[in-house]
Design a protein around this ligand. Structure first.
Ligand code: PLP
Length: 406
């Protein structure tokens, strides 16, 4: 008789966005005349930039001829893409990361969920609270998180680092020593960032205690302030303690195209064994590469035309984010984020819980956001809105929320 991986049975509740989807569908079915504006899920809405479409078409045509056809991609990704990444994302920022330390994949969600596989089950993880749920859930599935406490909504073997208004939504160094530290900046869901000297403190700490930082920089393209690092490798010593995860989803609109990469520096070692060789082994065994067509589209992101067109796309979403931030601030809401990230994190008004505020906005303003509690207990009285909608819908949503006079 087969048995299940019981760790899966420990996963609590239903997935945040399916609960939201059900509530919104039920509301829309009961009120078909109402126009519901969705500023909840972090998916992009703008079409792919022309330069990307061109690259895709060209690569598709190549696949139609024997001389230019491409089958399985090289394990770590095509060199043309890895060279473009090394040059533009790292060398241009004085980070000494070479092309052979870059592993191309189909996105940061898979990589951020899978990376824990190369570490011992004894390792203790530390996460920010609130947090992108994938980091915790993938460790639950692996059996690394202990038991779940429904009252506190926390796992016994996870170190939670509260990110609240009083600490500027930046985690403090934990009291208990973790082995794996998940950091994501610019942050989803709070939109907060770490300045370079703050991130340097984490790098120094990780090197001191022998921990690895798993640094998710999926939103780096949204950074607008000078002293905010785009990569953890801008910090001294990060090569010996950090793995960086990147995505093409939010900087280039690839959520439906799928492309990302993970950087594992060769200097990052555990008792003489390089994590690079372990991840290469894992990648080679379990993954057969992002499509050639998509990697060519990824290369186009780094062309001069690509950079210009995508800068505009990011600016479009950031204009929305700014509109939400300024609009809600002027209406008396406590709001943050929205400057270096497409996310706006606001305090639910009048002492409401985050789900109470969700219901209130859905029913009274027909606006959908994401309840902060879905990202962890410290998100309980918070709410996330995103700049990923259309400008027109964003303006209308903000005006509707303002009109509620909460
Ligand atoms: C913090 C963070 N990391 C990773 C991802 C997923 O990225 P990808 O689309 O590359 O899988 C997301 C998507 O919302 C995210 O918010």
């Amino acid at each position: 008789m087969f048995k299940l991986n019981e760790n899966y049975l420990k996963l609590p509740g239903s997935y945040l966005f399916s609960t939201i989807g059900k509530k919104v569908n039920a509301y829309s079915a009961a009120h078909p005349d109402k126009k519901v504006i969705r500023l909840g899920i972090g998916d992009v809405t703008q079409p792919l930039a022309p330069v990307i479409i061109e690259a895709l078409h060209k690569a598709v045509d190549e696949m139609g001829h024997a001389e230019t056809f491409h089958g399985y991609a090289p394990d770590l990704g095509y060199e043309f893409l890895r060279n473009a990444i090394a040059e533009n994302d790292y060398k241009a920022r004085d980070c000494s990361i070479s092309a052979d330390e870059i592993f191309v994949s189909d996105g940061a969600k898979c990589d951020s969920a899978n990376i824990q596989e190369i570490f011992s089950l004894d390792n203790k993880i530390a996460v920010c609270d609130p947090v992108y749920p994938v980091y915790v859930d993938s460790n639950v599935m692996a059996g690394r998180t202990g038991t779940y406490d429904e009252t506190t909504e926390t796992w016994s073997d996870v170190i939670y680092m509260p990110c609240l208004e009083e600490n500027g939504f930046a985690p403090k160094l934990p009291e208990k020593t973790p082995d794996l530290i998940y950091l994501c900046f610019p942050n989803n869901p709070t939109g907060a960032v770490l300045k370079k000297e703050q991130l340097q403190e984490w790098v120094d700490y990780a090197n001191k205690v022998g921990a690895v930082i798993l640094y998710d920089a999926a939103y780096e393209a949204y950074i607008s302030e000078e002293d905010v690092p785009h990569s953890i490798y801008e910090c001294q010593g990060a090569q010996t303690c950090a793995i960086e995860l990147r995505s093409f989803s939010k900087n280039a609109g690839f959520t439906g195209v799928r492309l990302g990469f993970t950087v594992v520096p060769r200097e990052l070692k555990c008792q003489g064994v390089s994590l690079h060789s372990l991840w290469a082994r894992r990648h080679g065994t379990k993954y057969n590469g992002a499509p050639y067509i998509v990697q060519r589209a990824g290369e186009a992101v780094y062309s001069e035309a690509g950079k210009a067109q995508l800068k505009e796309q990011v600016a479009y979403y950031m204009k929305n984010a700014r509109y939400i931030l300024e609009g809600l601030k002027s209406a008396g809401y406590t709001v943050s984020g929205g400057v270096n990230a497409p996310y706006i994190w606001l305090k639910a008004p009048k002492g409401m819980t985050s789900w109470e505020f969700f219901d209130c906005l859905l029913e009274k303003a027909n606006v959908v956001g994401t309840p902060g509690s879905g990202f962890g207990p410290s998100g309980e009285t918070y709410f996330r809105l995103t700049g990923f909608g259309s400008y027109e819908n964003t303006v209308e949503a903000v005006e509707r929320i303002k009109a509620l006079q909460l």
